[in-house]
Design a protein around this ligand. Structure first.
Ligand code: ZN
Length: 95
């Protein structure tokens, strides 16, 4: 979104402002996904203020480097999937 543009509502839940933090973390849709991921792979994803730029997950907690790398790949796919769905909602429900 360009500076100066009016903020738009989230295309998925239509409740909150459409921004990165909302779309990828706070939106109900993203939340459901992260919760599912947590149940399936047993990793709790935490959001940090610099989350979208850097530390999406903490290494350690018994996880080795290889597992952490796999998780990072998983997160990249997850973000892509959330983004794709968001765009689908945006462009297919365009009125
Ligand atoms: Zn939303």
């Amino acid at each position: 979104m360009e500076l100066g543009m009016e903020s738009e509502k989230c295309y998925i839940c239509k409740e909150e402002e459409d921004d990165m933090k909302h779309t990828f973390i706070q939106c109900k849709f993203a939340g459901k996904f992260w919760k599912l991921a947590e149940e399936k792979i047993g990793i709790k994803f935490r959001y940090k203020e610099d989350g979208l730029n850097g530390k999406w997950l903490e290494e350690g907690e018994g996880r080795d480097k290889e597992t952490t790398e796999k998780l990072k790949a998983f997160i990249a796919i997850a973000l892509w999937w959330i983004w794709k769905n968001r765009n689908k909602m945006k462009f297919e429900n365009f009125s």
